[in-house]
Design a protein around this ligand. Structure first.
Ligand SMILES: Nc1ncnc2c1ncn2[C@@H]1O[C@H](COP(=O)(O)OP(=O)(O)OP(=O)(O)O)[C@@H](O)[C@H]1O
Length: 263
């Protein structure tokens, strides 16, 4: 791919005490791309996405959005840049309905003329949520309480929320963990729909089938370093597993850092 990345990270390093969680990691995400971020436990995946989503700040390295250098100092700053993260715990309010969750923190209020009274405009929130769910082919009534939904339906709600707020970059942390076969298939379809609607997705998953069924490309981390970058249609599950387990000993053409970096 030769177009400009929507997100580019250059030589990102992060230490926690004496633990080098990331070391000079380069990372790029292209417009309209689904990118799998893979690696064994402790490889540095969560640290990297937390830097992108403003939870952590890198010790070294630079981040560019559409070629422009940016500082992402907190999660609100990431949202302003169009970056939304769907964490494993989904951060939904189970006692509220789907529409109220979509608008959580950014509620629509009814205003009464000549009084300071404001109440939630539930009808408006539901009316705006309905076409959103239809667009993503999520067959759910916006009035359903999130507490009554299955794991897959909750995942769909969390994804719909990020779409509603026009995220350009959607980060998903293990979206199919703990889902059954049918629900996993539905979540994969929603991820493909996100791409159809113009978003770029970073997908962290231990499930290689997720990555092979939806992703265009995969970046592999190992021991805090980037050890592989593969176009999915040109690689195999075996090759990816080998990269995750032992990295690779030949220099790639895209600045992959090897374990024995000499600086
Ligand atoms: N807040 C923290 N404090 C101290 N060490 C941390 C912290 N977060 C991560 N680490 C360490 O940084 C390294 C990378 O961890 P990270 O969670 O990014 O890996 P991961 O690839 O997401 O792993 P997993 O798949 O197990 O979630 C690990 O050695 C981990 O113990």
């Amino acid at each position: 791919m030769h177009e400009e990345p929507i997100l580019k990270m250059k030589s990102i390093s992060k230490k926690f005490g004496s633990v080098q969680a990331l070391y000079q990691v380069d990372f790029e995400l292209y417009p309209n791309e689904i990118l799998g971020l893979l690696g064994d436990n402790g490889a540095g995946k969560s640290t990297l996405i937390k830097i992108i989503s403003g939870v952590f700040t890198q010790d070294e390295g630079e981040i560019f959005i559409h070629g422009k250098s940016v500082t992402i100092s907190d999660p609100a700053g990431a949202k302003e840049l169009g970056i939304e993260t769907v964490y494993q715990d989904l951060a939904l309010a189970t006692k509220l309905n789907i529409a109220e969750n979509i608008f959580l923190g950014r509620e629509k209020m009814k205003k009464f003329l000549k009084t300071p009274i404001q109440v939630l405009d539930k009808k408006k929130m539901e009316t705006e949520t309905r076409p959103l769910l239809e667009r993503l082919r999520i067959a759910l009534d916006p009035k359903l309480k999130v507490g009554t939904l299955s794991g897959g339906q909750r995942q769909a709600t969390a994804i719909a929320k990020s779409v509603f707020w026009e995220a350009k970059i959607i980060i998903m942390d293990e979206p199919t963990a703990a889902l059954g076969v049918a629900e996993t298939a539905k979540v994969r379809q929603i991820i493909l729909d996100l791409k159809k609607h113009g978003a770029s997705v970073i997908l962290i998953s231990h499930n290689l089938e997720d990555v092979f069924s939806v992703a265009d490309r995969a970046i592999v981390l190992r021991g805090g370093m980037r050890v592989g970058d593969r176009i999915i249609k040109n690689t195999t599950r075996d090759e990816i597993v080998k990269l995750m387990v032992s990295g690779e000993q030949k220099q790639e053409n895209n600045n992959v850092q090897l374990n024995n970096v000499t600086s």
